[in-house]
Ligand binder design. Structure first.
Ligand SMILES: *Cc1c(COP(=O)(O)O)cnc(C)c1O
Length: 416
């Protein structure tokens, strides 16, 4: 970083004056936590006892044989508590909130995964928790809303604007301004105003630290390439950090190609040509926006990759040529998912499957004495509705229809 909070020309902290002091205090608390020799070990201990860390590095023997190139290893972030790497970040921020003496956390969530992770953390630490969610997303993500509420969080549906993520972000900031003394805003990825990208990256580096140790122990040398999907960028930045100084290790980020880059229905910021520099949501990055700075509609089969911005840390690494980007389409993702499930008995999240697509395209180019690592950011159980639809499973459809009828009957009986 050159200027504080900047990565090359990207990042910064564009926040309302009233929050300056809150951000300053958060920055100080973070610096003190980093300097405290007990803090990181306490974090590692918590992740070990509550979230199955270190997560395994699995040799995908059947897939490796099939492609006949380098050995494929999978870093199993899906085995974290709540099913994804998001646990690393929220539990870390939970420790920081405890240290700051705050008692309440808020977050905004689109797909609901970050909301569930935050509500889980709040339950564990005994914090009050409010989650902001666009009204539209509340409708679409009922199972996640159900769990957030069961975990004790208040879920606030946001009815303004397009009733999706960006409106929820505005509401969450409004709440923070009103309650900043007792409340911490839990950022879900390596985006937003400084110090959030640096802080989230610091917690997520646990992935890269482990992966580097594990591949050296198992394979005896560094991998040729690392693949990670990129929504906001936190799982990618997490694993890449373990290998940034190893110039021989190629780092590949994979974005949501949706219906194809030419269709406009995608979320490819760095792999496509539709994004441009802008300042929004408190930071400077490459946004999918039109010439007037209006944010474009994005699309991906994977809700977690469906985002207009991208980490300033990754934009900088991309400009330096250290990380390269590509995009995987929805159709390619479904094919890679099916192959991985059948070959290895592992069910990647739709997000993670993007990384598998690019790895499968390229692994055959490398000799068998080399290795690659795919970061499996999460597990696919949460995607059962989308995956069953995509594979048009008729008995699943019937199951849903029967459930619907049961409820309709029940409602009729109740009102009789
Ligand atoms: C949220 C999520 C992502 C996208 O977030 P990043 O910050 O880009 O890592 C990717 N995979 C899974 C499983 C997720 O839940």
């Amino acid at each position: 970083m050159s200027k504080t909070g900047y990565y090359g020309n990207w990042g910064g902290a564009f926040v309302p004056e009233i929050l300056h002091e809150t951000f300053r205090k958060l920055g100080v608390a973070f610096i003190e936590a980093k300097a405290d020799p007990d803090f990181w070990p306490r974090y590692v201990e918590l992740m070990g006892s509550y979230s199955c860390r270190p997560t395994p590095l699995t040799f995908a023997e059947n897939l490796s044989r099939r492609f006949g190139g380098a050995k494929i290893f999978i870093k199993r972030e899906d085995l974290n508590h709540t099913g994804a790497h998001k646990a690393n970040n929220v539990m870390g921020q939970g420790l920081l909130v405890q240290r700051m003496g705050k008692t309440r956390v808020i977050a905004e969530t689109g797909a609901g995964q970050h909301g569930v992770a935050t509500a889980t953390m709040a339950a564990k630490f005994g914090f009050d928790c409010t989650i902001y969610m666009g009204e539209e997303d509340v409708q679409r993500q009922r199972p996640n809303v159900f769990w957030m509420e069961k975990l004790g969080a208040t879920v606030v549906p946001v009815a303004s604007g397009s009733r999706t993520l960006k409106d929820a972000i505005n509401e969450a900031f409004r709440d923070w301004v009103a309650n900043m003394d007792c409340t911490h805003y839990v950022m879900g990825t390596v985006c937003g105003p400084h110090p959030f990208p640096e802080m989230v990256a610091w917690f997520q580096k646990i992935i890269g630290d482990e992966a580097r140790r594990q591949i050296l122990a198992i394979h005896g040398k560094l991998p040729a390439r690392i693949y990670a999907c990129v929504g906001g960028g936190s799982n990618a930045v997490g694993i890449f950090q373990g290998f940034l100084a190893d110039n021989g290790v190629e780092l590949a980020g994979v974005e949501a190609g949706g219906k194809g880059l030419a269709s406009g229905l995608h979320a490819a910021r760095l792999a496509g040509s539709d994004a441009s520099p802008g300042v929004a949501q408190g930071y400077k990055t490459m946004f999918l926006q039109d010439e007037d700075g209006q944010m474009l509609d994005t699309h991906s089969v994977a809700a977690g990759l469906d985002y207009i911005g991208v980490s300033p840390i990754l934009v900088d690494l991309w400009e330096q040529g250290r990380v390269r980007f590509s995009a995987a389409t929805d159709d390619e993702v479904m094919a890679a998912l099916q192959l991985t499930i059948r070959s290895e008995g592992i069910i990647p999240a739709l997000e993670s499957a993007h990384a598998f697509v690019q790895a499968f395209k390229e692994v055959g180019d490398l000799p068998p004495e080399e290795a690659i690592i795919i970061n499996q950011s999460g597990r696919g159980d949460k995607d059962i509705f989308t995956i069953a639809d995509a594979f048009s499973d008729p008995s699943w459809r019937e199951f849903i229809r029967n459930k619907g009828e049961e409820y309709a009957d029940g409602a009729r009986q109740e009102s009789d």
